[in-house]
Design a protein around this ligand. Structure first.
Ligand code: SF4
Length: 187
């Protein structure tokens, strides 16, 4: 069994919806060997093979799997988080058990959408990134015509939580993110 046990270690407010939560989960062992098989069998995943991250979108929620921890976003409460974790545990273990019958997929199956990024930007349209609006910046970011470091305000303390989620998403999708973030991203 690849994923034997897990434990919720942090519960944070959700950024997109203040009535929802974001959950950090420590897991037993490492699960990244299952990622190319999950990427092959699930629709709409974002797989970053070099970074060992797989983001699953389901029912408007985001589950990001790392080698040794999991992040759940847009969650109602801890009860729902436990239900999702039970589902993820079965999914990971069953998919890994069937791996010899699955062609692994190492490609990034889905790109981020501009609106997903826009919701996590400061939203002030201050133009410090030299774009006319946050939405314009998000569109350029999706097209890889700019980089997240150009949004100075996002790196202030005020936007710490949004920044954390957005940099996680961008990193999982293979975008450039500041080196300092990579060094400090361990939970
Ligand atoms: S610098 Fe950031 S907050 Fe200001 S307009 Fe650009 S994306 Fe929006």
């Amino acid at each position: 069994m690849l994923l034997d046990s897990y434990k919720i270690t942090r519960v944070l407010p959700c950024l997109a919806d203040p009535e929802k939560i974001r959950v950090i989960v420590e897991i037993s062992g490492e699960i990244h060997e299952a990622f190319p098989y999950l990427n092959a069998t699930l629709k709409g995943c974002i797989y970053n093979h070099p970074a060992n991250t797989l983001t699953i979108k389901k029912d408007g929620k985001l589950f990001t799997l790392h080698a040794n921890h999991i992040t759940l976003a847009k969650i109602e409460d801890e009860k729902e988080a436990e239900e999702i974790l039970g589902w993820l545990k079965d999914l990971i273990n069953e998919t890994y058990e069937k791996r010899e019958r699955i062609e692994p997929n190492y490609s990034m199956a889905a790109e981020l959408k501009a609106l997903d990024i826009f919701k996590l930007l400061p939203g002030t349209n201050c133009k410090r990134c030299r774009e006319p609006s946050c939405l314009a910046f998000a569109v350029k970011l999706v097209g890889r015509d700019t980089e997240i470091a150009k949004c100075d305000p996002l790196f202030s303390e005020e936007y710490q939580e949004k920044r954390h989620v957005l940099l996680d998403l961008l990193h999982a999708a293979g975008h450039e993110v500041p080196g300092a973030y990579l060094e400090s991203k361990e939970v």
